[in-house]
Design a protein around this ligand. Structure first.
Ligand SMILES: *Cc1c(COP(=O)(O)O)cnc(C)c1O
Length: 473
């Protein structure tokens, strides 16, 4: 099974051939080495990428041409988002073990729809159990991997919908929402939650807005209690945050859960990256752990492809009410019978055919353990605080909000245009930040969630900020 590239180019057709493995594996190895070795010197982002226009190839261009194009035109225009100084949005970077696992996922190409033909289903189930343990949640939480936190929030919306239906003797999955009398309450939901409330039929514009506490994105629990009290809807759903994506505010989940119980409301908590706080258990000024009460939620969204540093396609949905999720996602079909060991994943999620997306998380937890994950989470939080304290003292920038977790919010000092400064920073290719809003004003966000980020990266970032500030004064 050994062929070299000259053989590949001499072929008179471009059809798949089992002799291609060796060639592609050796190319893959050298490309991987090259990409990883250059990761830290490569431009962190390609701000204006260009793909040559081209029509569909009739006979195929073949692998030699493919690899030429890949190396010359595509790879140089990729971002270094897996690297140590891509701080836009909330972006992790896959670790060596997680990346290896993802290669394995492609190699193995399992369909984790139902059990009965592979160990993959059991591995996904064990991964969920390990995550529940990692985050110190009760074992009554079960769930599954999704494509991302957005898909998890969608499952939260449909499960909550089914719960509301159950309160009103309507099987929403079967009968639809027409007769359902329900209200959704939220203070500062992630944009993806608003999107999924639209997808699930609640309507993006049909949210009862709860006040936030002053100068914070934290839900005002008293205001929530008041709104639930005065609502005439037969069913109520509360969407809470731990933490919000900009201010990293944690709602007071303990009290919110009590209020929800009192009003028989469903409580969903979007804890996409804030849940990693549980590995640090940092306290609020009044001595409570900030995510205390999370265990009382009816459902929880979390994201592996952020702070867990596994590749994309790693959202996680957890709920204490698997039967409602099952009712929402199961459809009876003769060729889709469940395998018998509890419901299969095709009856608990959006997709029927499913990528073996739990594997990178399984390998991560197997290999690095709780301490490994806690190591980079703690490190990133300290790095964010170091950056925040530099910004707070700097002449060129102004910290707009104290950094509690791993997101630093700031803007240029004085009246300088924030968007322009952000563009200049990203243009250096040494650092990548993303925009945000705070109190109606444009700001920049630096979110640090990468295992690879080191002191030298913080130093480089500070140099970039100093250089850009100098050109402005
Ligand atoms: C990132 C994020 C999401 C969306 O996650 P995707 O994985 O991008 O779909 C949802 N909620 C919160 C709080 C997030 O930070």
């Amino acid at each position: 099974m050994n062929i070299d590239s000259s053989n590949v180019s001499e072929r008179d057709n471009h059809l798949p051939d089992k002799n291609d493995w060796q060639y592609l594996l050796s190319e893959f190895q050298s490309i991987s080495h090259d990409f990883l070795n250059k990761l830290e010197s490569k431009s962190v982002a390609t701000l204006s990428p260009e793909l040559a226009a081209s029509g569909l190839s009739e006979k195929g261009e073949g692998m030699t041409e493919l690899l030429n194009t890949l190396k010359s035109a595509l790879l140089p225009q990729m971002s270094a988002s897996r690297g140590p100084r891509y701080w836009g949005f909330v972006t992790g970077g896959s670790t060596p073990v997680a990346t290896f696992a993802d290669w394995m996922v492609s190699l193995l190409d399992q369909n984790v729809a139902k059990g009965g033909d592979s160990i993959a289903t059991q591995i996904e189930r064990q991964t969920i159990e390990w995550l529940v343990e990692l985050f110190d949640l009760p074992s009554s939480f079960t769930g599954l991997f999704t494509t991302g936190a957005t898909a998890s929030n969608f499952l939260a919306a449909v499960t909550a919908r089914q719960f509301a239906g159950q309160q009103q003797d309507i099987d929403v999955a079967k009968a639809g929402m027409r007769a359902l009398d329900v209200e959704v309450f939220s203070a500062c939901p992630h944009a993806s939650m608003i999107k999924t409330l639209g997808l699930a039929g609640f309507g993006q514009h049909n949210i009862v807005w709860v006040n936030t506490e002053a100068n914070s994105e934290k839900m005002d629990t008293q205001d929530l209690a008041h709104r639930l009290e005065t609502s005439s809807a037969k069913s109520k759903i509360v969407i809470s945050s731990a933490a919000t994506v900009t201010g990293t505010s944690f709602d007071d989940l303990q009290h919110i859960a009590e209020v929800c119980q009192e009003h028989k409301a469903w409580l969903h908590v979007d804890a996409a990256f804030g849940i990693f706080e549980r590995l640090l258990s940092y306290e609020t000024s009044d001595g409570d752990y900030v995510s205390a009460g999370l265990e009382l939620a009816d459902s929880i969204t979390l994201d592996g492809h952020k702070w867990l540093n596994v590749p994309y396609d790693s959202g996680i949905f957890l709920t204490r009410h698997q039967e409602l999720l099952f009712q929402s996602c199961h459809v009876a079909a003769p060729y889709l019978v469940n395998s018998g060991n509890g419901p299969d994943y095709m009856s608990l999620g959006i997709e029927n055919s499913r990528r073996f997306r739990a594997f990178p998380t399984w390998m991560t937890l197997f290999s690095y353990g709780r301490e490994g994950v806690a190591w980079w989470v703690k490190k990133n939080r300290e790095q964010a605080q170091q950056l925040a304290s530099y910004i707070d003292k700097s002449v060129g920038y102004q910290l707009v909000y104290p950094c509690d977790l791993n997101v630093v919010l700031f803007k240029p000092a004085g009246k300088t245009d924030c968007a322009e400064v952000l563009r200049q920073i990203n243009q250096t290719g040494r650092l990548f930040l993303s925009p945000g809003k705070w109190d109606g004003e444009d700001i920049m966000r630096a979110a640090i969630c990468n295992w690879q980020t080191e002191q030298t990266d913080i130093d480089i970032a500070i140099n970039v900020l100093e250089e850009v500030a100098a050109t402005l004064s």
